[in-house]
Each structure stands twice: as structure tokens, then as C-alpha cells.
Design a protein around this ligand. Structure first.
Ligand SMILES: [Zn+2]
Ligand SMILES: [Zn+2]
Length: 347
């Protein structure tokens, strides 16, 4: 089969690799029809995080079940499924608590499982991991494009909103206008926030944030004091802040626009935060709580899928470019150069 391979910073190739096979009775093989390039893929693409050259990449698979092991009950060959960015068993202590990212039987999509940016992927613990799309929507391209973000960014944006404690009538700030931040806006609106201030660096993305439900947008850069502006808009900060970037500067900004006694929900993969530190003294002084972490997307998949299928949630506008698997290197480039918000890949 064909699969994307990371060859080193800035280099993604597509090569022939062995097709994964059923190895355990709980496995399923999925023929990948839709997948995506992730903002988090850019860290290794830019050489800013370590990844072994020659490794398979991709973690946002959707496709058709090709084969299942003897123990698999929840899906059958021919079913349309998608899966969150990590494998989870569904029955361990943490899966039962909705913390699937800490699953004791967890696994990733890379390595022998094939990588999700490829033609086929093996899902260990298929019953716990795969989410079935009802047959009546299984071949509806528009619906599938709206479902695909549930593999990662929509669930992650939702986790930011939940972690920040967003509830009906609340005022919140979303820091970051990437795919996760935009999904954070959708999630905050879905949870009933009445004011959503979106903070970002790209006018076109903030425009999309406004379409997604942001009531105000604040464009950073060029001397704009974002923190002052947001504090002014929120009369001293918002009680609920979604940090959707992961960079130390974004974390700092999130804490600074958080109202005393408020909560920052953070979901961006921390980057540079080790060196710079979280602004613990600001947090201490204002009793700002920090909640969140890697999003247990599987825990939210069913409720978010219901809304997507019901037509009340549509994150698909984040896909501003579609490429074939053979063209995936161009997809990485487009995201790296910020020409695309998120790239959909069709193997
Ligand atoms: Zn991702
Ligand atoms: Zn588990």
C-alpha cells in the first residue's frame, strides 16, 4: 500500500509499505478514505520536535472497515468509521472515566499500525476505538467532511471549552485562530456562551471565527496590545479562557486575559513552555485555575457526532484545501506556510 513517510525536517514522501493485517482478535483493518494533516504534525515537520526519520505519520483516520478480528463486535466489514488520534480500549479504568488518552491499553496509529496518512490502517481495540457513522450518512461526502474533524480538532476544541468551564450565558476568550481555536469557538457556542472573543493573528481566520460564532475578534501583531484590548472588551478579563495554541506566549496571554478566579482550559501541545514556564505567579496572584491537557476525543465523539448528523454542528470550513495522498507533501507545505488552515487528504 501507499503511505506517507517522514523523511526528516521539511520532507514527507509517499512510499510502498507493507499493508497492515489483523494480528489480534480485537483488531480491525480500515481502508482510509479521508484523513488530514494536523497542526501538531508541523512540530516534527519543522524539526522542532523529535521524530524518527522513516516513520509513518498521520493520526486522524476515517474510512471503511475492511476486515475484523474474531472478538470485534461493534463494527463489520463495509461499515463507515472514524477514529480519534489515539487508540483506546474502552474498558479500562481511564476509558470508563472518559480519559481515553490515558488508556492503559492505548496505542498510536504510527509504527506497525500503518500510520493514518496511508491507504490502510490497523486499529487495535477496534470496539473501543472506532466510531461508526450510521449507514444513511456513510457515503454523504458533505456529512463526512463535517465528521472528519471529530478525529481530533473538534474534540480538542470541545475539551478546551469543557476544561475552561464554559456554560450557557458565559463570556469566554479563545486564544488561537488555528483549526483547534476555530473549533473552540464552535464548541463554546454549542455550550451556550453568549460572548466569545476570538484572538488570533490572521484576518481571514478571524473572519471564519466570526462565522463560527465569535461575537468579537481581536487581531494581534503590529503593536496591538491584545491583552489590553481583550480586558477592555471583557471589563477586566473573562472567567473562561480557551488556550488553543500551546506556545508559551499563548499560555501567558491566556492567563493574562483570564478574570481573577477564572479558569484557563488548555489543549495546545505545550511548546517552549518548559523553558519559559507557565506564568505561575500571575496565576497565584489572581487565583486562576489551569485545567485541560491532551483531549480525550473518544469521550466526546458520540455527542459531537449526534450534533454533526443533526445539522447543528459543522466544522468542515476549517478544511481549506484537499489533496490526494500522493500530493500530501504539498499539503504539509501549505499548512506550514499558513496558506491552509487544515488540509484534508483523500487516499
Ligand atoms: Zn491531529
Ligand atoms: Zn482503556
Amino acid at each position: 500500500m501507499r503511505a506517507a513517510i517522514y523523511d526528516g525536517p521539511g520532507e514527507i514522501s509517499v512510499e510502498d509499505v507493507p499493508r497492515p493485517e489483523i494480528e489480534a482478535p480485537g483488531d480491525a483493518i480500515v481502508r482510509v478514505t479521508h484523513t488530514a494533516v494536523c497542526g501538531s504534525d508541523l512540530w516534527f515537520y519543522r524539526g522542532e520536535s523529535d521524530r524518527e526519520a522513516g516513520s509513518r505519520v498521520g493520526h486522524e483516520p476515517m474510512g471503511i472497515v475492511e476486515a475484523v478480528g474474531d472478538d470485534v463486535d461493534s463494527v463489520r466489514p463495509g461499515d463507515r468509521v472514524f477514529a480519534p488520534f489515539v487508540v483506546s480500549c474502552g474498558y479500562c479504568e481511564y476509558c470508563r472515566r472518559g480519559l481515553h488518552t490515558s488508556c492503559v491499553n492505548g496505542d498510536s496509529w504510527g509504527g506497525d499500525n500503518g500510520g493514518a496518512q496511508g491507504e490502510y490502517v490497523r486499529s487495535p481495540h477496534a470496539d473501543g476505538t472506532l466510531v461508526r457513522v450510521p449507514d444513511r450518512y456513510a457515503d454523504d461526502e458533505d456529512v463526512l467532511e463535517s465528521v472528519l474533524p471529530l478525529t481530533d480538532v473538534m474534540g480538542t476544541g470541545h475539551h478546551a471549552a469543557v476544561s475552561a468551564g464554559v456554560d450557557a450565558g458565559d463570556t469566554c476568550v479563545v486564544v488561537g485562530d488555528g483549526a483547534v481555536g476555530l473549533c473552540g469557538v464552535l464548541a463554546a457556542r454549542r455550550l451556550g456562551a453568549s460572548r466569545i472573543v476570538a484572538v488570533g493573528h490572521h484576518p481571514d481566520r478571524l473572519e471564519l471565527a466570526a462565522e463560527f460564532g465569535a461575537t468579537e475578534t481581536v487581531l494581534g501583531g503590529d503593536g496591538t496590545d491584545v491583552v489590553d484590548r481583550v480586558r477592555e472588551l471583557t471589563y477586566g478579563g473573562a472567567e473562561h479562557v480557551l488556550e488553543c495554541v500551546g506556545a508559551a506566549s499563548a499560555m501567558e496571554q491566556a492567563v493574562e486575559v483570564c478574570r481573577p478566579g477564572g479558569t484557563v482550559g488548555y489543549v495546545g501541545v505545550p511548546h517552549g513552555v518548559d523553558d519559559a514556564g507557565v506564568p505561575i505567579f500571575d496565576m497565584f496572584g489572581d487565583n486562576v485555575a489551569l485545567r485541560g491537557g491532551v483531549a480525550p476525543v473518544r469521550a466526546y465523539a458520540d455527542e459531537l457526532l449526534e450534533d454533526v448528523l443533526g445539522g447543528t454542528l459543522d466544522p468542515s470550513p476549517i478544511f481549506t484545501e484537499t489533496v490526494s495522498l500522493e500530493e500530501i507533501a504539498a499539503g504539509y507545505r501549505a499548512m506550514d506556510e499558513r496558506d491552509a488552515i487544515k488540509v484534508l487528504v483523500e487516499p
